[in-house]
Design a protein around this ligand. Structure first.
Ligand code: BGC
Length: 379
């Protein structure tokens, strides 16, 4: 493929990504995870949605991002009483069971889901705070309308961050995950920095985020790199996000560099990244969205060349219709498990909005996508 053909594909894929993200956003402001995948239809995740909004915000679609954050604020303030109860019970030493905590995903109307799910996940509550603060700062927007929801989210996280919960992959609920801790701390620090919370809450946040940083800097590191959960020795693809765009760890620090090296050595094959060793979901393929996170981390470390290779790998996973999948069945970790998941839920989620978001995010960061020139409906 010549350089100019490749650029044209990138332009069309960028336009398609914006189309999907803004076109599928619901009137309530929610971003569906995937319009077609059986297990995700009808739901919006705080984790996926926050990264999608972050990409929309950076790719010149600030209004779409604001609408998503408005939806988050509504979802959270509607649960104010529940949050106050969780905080009060926890303070009394009566930690609510996981089933009574806030969910990872909501219906577009902002209700809890009716289906069984691995719902107790804390990372998305930190990530929305981070993405919101970045968005307000980037576009110099007033955050007054979000203050109540931000305060409630902060109280919820301060009460709960030390608890084990499901990770980014909705697995391993018995552990405390380093990327979850990083999402929480980054979000809390961001709302203090942006002035979305005031003292005395800001002071309490400062004390707790210092404690989180101390914990991650101690038990969250093995052999010089960040690890999947406290007590593990392995890495997880989500740790790339901890380096960038979250910036919880400096990409050029010893820990940042060593984490990047191990992510490359253990999880990356020919430019595509796996979630973690031992992944069996759809056979454990390679994830374009994670590959883009790895690209952002390399870019932050100063390696634009590797970031560009990863970007091209992710772009090449697009289907003929320019849909980006959740994962591709390349270099499967557990090939025997692929069919089991297809039988259960159908083919892997395609398109996945979060994949499109991360493609946009890395493309803009690399200068390969110009936000002012992305056209909609150019197919
Ligand atoms: C992934 C989650 C994601 C969800 C919706 C799950 O399979 O593990 O990280 O939030 O899909 O995209």
């Amino acid at each position: 493929m010549t350089q100019s053909t490749r650029d044209r594909v990138i332009d069309r894929l960028a336009a398609r990504s914006i189309d999907l993200i803004t076109g599928l956003q619901t009137p309530t402001g929610a971003y569906p995870a995937s319009p077609t995948f059986s297990a995700y239809v009808g739901y919006s995740w705080l984790r996926d949605g926050s990264f999608i909004a972050d990409a929309a915000s950076i790719a010149g679609r600030a209004e779409s991002a604001s609408r998503f954050f408005g939806w988050c604020a509504e979802v959270i303030t509607r649960r104010a009483e529940k949050i106050r109860w969780i905080v009060a019970e926890t303070a009394q030493g009566r930690m609510p069971a996981a089933a009574h905590m806030l969910p990872a995903r909501f219906t577009f109307a902002g209700d809890d889901g009716a289906d069984e799910w691995w719902d107790f996940q804390l990372d998305g509550y930190g990530t929305w705070l981070w993405a919101l603060a970045e968005h307000l700062e980037r576009h110099r927007l007033d955050g007054a309308a979000y203050r109540e929801a931000v305060g409630l989210t902060a109280e919820y996280l301060l009460a709960s961050w030390e608890r084990p919960c499901y990770d980014w992959w909705e697995e391993h609920a018995q552990h405390i995950h380093v990327s979850t801790l990083a999402c929480i701390a980054t979000g809390l620090e961001a709302v203090v920095r942006s002035g979305l919370v005031a003292d005395p809450l800001a002071e309490r946040i400062a004390a707790e985020t210092t404690a989180i940083r101390r914990l991650v800097g101690g038990r969250g590191i093995a052999d010089g790199h960040l690890i999947k959960w406290l007590g593990s020795t392995a890495v997880d693809g989500s740790l790339a996000a901890v380096i960038a765009p979250l910036g919880f760890i400096d990409a050029r620090s010893d820990v940042g560099r060593r984490t990047l090296d191990v992510l490359e050595a253990h999880l990356t094959v020919e430019g595509g990244m796996h979630r973690y060793l031992g992944d069996t979901f759809f056979g454990g393929g390679q994830w374009p969205l994670l590959t883009c996170f790895l690209g952002l981390a390399h870019l932050a470390s100063g390696d634009a060349v590797r970031a560009g290779e990863l970007f091209d790998w992710a772009a090449a996973t697009a289907t003929a219709d320019l849909d980006l999948p959740e994962q591709v069945p390349a270099h499967l970790i557990a090939p025997g498990m692929r069919q089991t998941w297809i039988d259960r839920w159908g083919p892997a989620a395609t398109p996945l909005l979060w994949s499109h978001a991360m493609f946009l995010r890395l493309g803009v960061a690399l200068g390969r996508i110009d936000p002012t020139r992305i056209e909609e409906d150019t197919r």
